[in-house]
Design a protein around this ligand. Structure first.
Ligand code: UDP
Ligand code: MG
Length: 346
C-alpha cells in the first residue's frame, strides 16, 4: 500500500456564523464527495466566526466523530473576510478551497477543481452561470458594482466569481504575504494573479437559515472593495475642484462684463444660494471620501491582528493554546502534525 502521506492534502475552509442547522447537512454532503477523490487526503477547517447559537458545539461534535474535521473558534464575529483569512492561516493543505457552509457552493464541483489542479492550474475559480437564487435587486446591484469597481480599479474583478475556488499552496502563501489588515478577499484573490482556470456552476438557493449579508453589510463590503483597490475617488477631487474653479472664474468675468454694460440691479438670491449649497455639498462629499480612506489608514496603522482565536479543536479535545492568538503562520508545524496523524491512522 502506498504511504497515505504521499497523497496531496486538500484543505477546505468553511466559515460558520450562526449556522447551527447547516453543520450536519454540510458534512453529510461534502465528506463523501471528498472521500470519492482517491488520490487526495483532505481536512476540513471550520472557522466559527463568533456564532451565538449552537454552531460551535455542533462543529466540535462533528470533529469528535471525524478527525479530518478541525475547528477553529474565533473570539467574536470578525466577518467573513477575516474568517477566511483565519482559514488560510490555519490550513495545511497543498491546495486550499474556501467554501460556504450553506451548500450554495456545490461540493460536487470539488472533484472538477481538483482535476484542473492536477493538470497544472494554480487557481480554479468557480463562476456562477445562473444566479436565479438571488433576488433581482441583488443581481442588478451586483452587476452595477462590478462595472463601477472595474472602471475604477486597476486590477479587475472577474464578474460572478465569488470566494469559492481552489488555490494552490503557492497562491495561499502569496495571499498570506500581503500585509494589509483590511482584507477584501475577492480583490486580493484577483490581485495575486496566477494561472487561473474557470469552471461554471449553477448557484442553488440557500439550504438552511438566512443570508448573513444585509443591504448595509453589502454596501460596506462594496466600499471596502473600492477603497482597497482604487485611489480614483481620492484623486478625482483635484480635477473636480479645478473644473469648478475654472467655471467660477469664467462666470466672474461674465458678471463683471454684464455689470459694466448693464449696471447692477442686485437680483440673484436664488442662484447664489443654489451655488453655495451645491459647493457645500460637494465639499462635504470630498471630505467624506478622504475620511473613508483616512479611517482605513488609521486602522492599518494600529496593526491589530485581523482576528483572534479562542481555541482549536480536533477529535474530542482542544488542541493548541486556548489563549487568544493571532494569525501567525504556523503552517509547517500543522502540516507535520497532519502528516503524523494521518500516517498513524493509515
Ligand atoms: N459568514 C461568516 N461571518 C459573517 C457572515 C457570514 O463566517 O459575518 C459565513 C456564513 O456562515 C456562510 C458564508 O459566510 O458560510 C456566506 O454567507 P451567506 O450565505 O450569508 O452569504 P450569501 O451567500 O448570502 O452571499
Ligand atoms: Mg450563502
Amino acid at each position: 500500500m502506498p504511504d497515505e502521506t504521499d497523497k496531496p492534502l486538500i484543505s477546505l475552509i468553511v466559515p460558520f456564523y450562526n449556522e447551527e442547522a447547516a453543520v450536519e447537512p454540510f458534512f453529510a454532503e461534502t465528506v463523501p464527495v471528498l472521500e470519492a477523490i482517491d488520490w487526495i487526503r483532505f481536512e476540513i477547517v471550520c472557522i466559527n466566526d463568533g456564532s451565538s447559537d449552537g454552531t460551535l458545539d455542533a462543529l466540535i461534535a462533528s470533529g469528535a466523530r471525524d478527525a479530518r474535521i478541525r475547528v477553529v473558534d474565533l473570539t467574536r464575529n470578525f466577518g467573513k473576510e477575516a474568517a477566511l483569512t483565519a482559514g488560510l492561516d490555519e490550513a495545511a493543505g497543498d491546495a486550499v478551497i474556501p467554501i460556504d457552509c450553506d451548500l450554495q457552493d456545490p461540493p460536487s464541483l470539488i472533484p472538477v477543481m481538483a482535476e484542473e489542479w492536477k493538470k497544472g492550474a494554480e487557481v480554479v475559480a468557480a463562476r456562477r452561470t445562473d444566479r436565479a437564487s438571488d433576488t433581482f435587486m441583488k443581481r442588478a446591484m451586483s452587476a452595477l458594482y462590478y462595472r463601477f469597481h472595474n472602471a475604477l480599479a486597476e486590477v479587475k474583478l472577474p464578474e460572478n466569481v465569488g470566494d469559492f475556488r481552489l488555490m494552490d499552496r503557492r497562491v495561499v502563501d502569496a495571499l498570506q504575504d500581503l500585509p494589509e489588515r483590511h482584507r477584501f478577499m475577492k480583490g486580493l484573490f484577483a490581485w495575486v494573479g496566477f494561472r487561473t482556470v474557470i469552471v461554471d456552476y449553477r448557484r442553488e438557493p440557500r439550504r438552511h437559515g438566512a443570508s448573513k449579508f444585509s443591504g448595509w453589510r453589502l454596501w460596506n463590503l462594496a466600499l471596502e472593495g473600492i477603497t482597497s483597490f482604487s485611489t480614483v475617488p481620492l484623486r478625482i477631487w483635484t480635477y473636480l475642484g479645478l473644473a469648478i474653479a475654472f467655471s467660477a472664474f469664467g462666470y466672474a468675468g461674465f458678471i463683471v462684463l454684464r455689470t459694466l454694460l448693464f449696471g447692477n440691479p442686485v437680483p440673484g438670491y436664488a442662484s447664489l444660494i443654489t451655488i453655495i449649497l451645491f459647493m457645500g455639498g460637494i465639499q462635504l462629499i470630498g471630505i467624506g471620501v478622504v475620511g473613508e480612506y483616512m479611517g482605513r489608514i488609521y486602522d492599518e496603522a494600529k496593526h491589530r491582528p485581523v482576528y483572534l482565536v479562542r481555541g482549536r479543536y480536533r477529535g474530542n479535545h482542544a488542541v493548541g493554546e486556548l489563549s487568544a492568538a493571532s494569525g501567525i503562520r504556523e503552517r509547517e508545524r500543522r502540516a507535520r502534525q497532519v502528516d503524523e496523524e494521518q500516517s498513524h491512522a493509515a
